[in-house]
Design a protein around this ligand. Structure first.
Ligand SMILES: [Zn+2]
Length: 285
């Protein structure tokens, strides 16, 4: 599952290669890839044809394109294996290219998705808190890389929760875009065990933790942002950041980069959590 930095890399690629261009035709080759579009593939294709792409936007892990039609946005679900590829029209079609949009500059925007968990859907844009967002994204809170992210308001919301801090970090209605990997990395940096109660953390501790989330994401973005070439916008696979720079996630039994204690793996919310037993003491029950 791509996380926020990978989605942001895709957004930047789209901003560079498809914004400003008009869609001349859309071909839907696999119905599963448009199942989130209620009126079906023919409707999606008909409505997108002739639209000019105005911007590529993201909130958390949600990605969308806006057009010269102020009511419409194309929400792109990347799912487990979705890719947005920009290719010359004459390039052979990828095996799992399920939606193909031809642009006015001789390129095609292709949605390639081997496992078909992702897809495209047109959505109505609504204005929320001064920002236009697609209807299906309206419940998603701003993410820590959003220029309008209100740190103090989010600190207060987090401290208002009585559940475990890791659970709160993963709650997309409180703060969006933080997945399992970035939660574990930020908690390790902040020396906080994920099962500590959010309400019991001090205001400066939560502020620091959010700063650590931002730093981890920014570093991943720097690493991932350099790994795609001009015409290939790709989210499939890791950015290389994961193997080289992770301090906690996926490092069970390997020494903590700060104190040398073996990193521990625990079950949390049906997934694995990684932390340092010495730097991040577990709360007493
Ligand atoms: Zn440690």
């Amino acid at each position: 599952m791509p996380e926020l930095p990978e989605v942001e890399v895709v957004r930047r690629g789209l901003a560079e290669h498809v914004v400003g261009h008009t869609i001349e035709s859309v071909l839907v080759k696999h119905p599963r890839s448009v199942r989130r579009h209620e009126l079906g593939g023919d409707d999606l294709a008909a409505r997108m044809t002739g639209l000019r792409i105005e911007s590529a936007c993201r909130r958390g892990k949600f990605l969308w394109l806006t057009f010269d039609d102020p009511d419409a946005a194309l929400v792109v679900h990347l799912g487990m294996s979705g890719q947005m590829l920009v290719q010359p029209a004459q390039a052979p079609l990828e095996k799992h290219a399920h939606i193909v949009a031809a642009l006015d500059n001789g390129t095609q925007l292709r949605f390639v998705d081997q496992r078909t968990f992702g897809g495209w859907a047109l959505n109505r844009l609504i204005t929320l808190d001064g920002t236009d967002v697609p209807e299906s994204v309206a419940h998603i809170a701003r993410d820590p890389l959003d220029p309008q992210f209100d740190t103090e308001a989010v600190v207060a919301r987090i401290r208002g929760k009585s559940s475990e801090i890791k659970r709160v970090l993963l709650d997309q209605t409180v703060v969006s875009g933080i997945g399992n990997i970035y939660a574990d990395e930020a908690l390790w940096r902040a020396r906080i065990h994920g099962e500590r109660s959010a309400a019991a953390l001090t205001r400066p501790a939560v502020r620091r933790l959010l700063g650590d989330v931002q730093a981890v994401m920014a570093e991943a973005l720097d690493a991932g942002g350099t790994s795609f070439d001009a015409l290939y916008v790709n989210v499939n696979g890791s950015s290389g950041y994961f193997e080289r720079s992770l301090a906690a996630y996926g490092r069970a039994d390997r020494p903590c980069r700060r104190c040398g204690a073996p990193i521990r793996r625990e079950k949390f919310m049906n997934r694995s959590s990684f932390s340092c037993p010495r730097c991040q003491p577990k709360p007493r029950r």
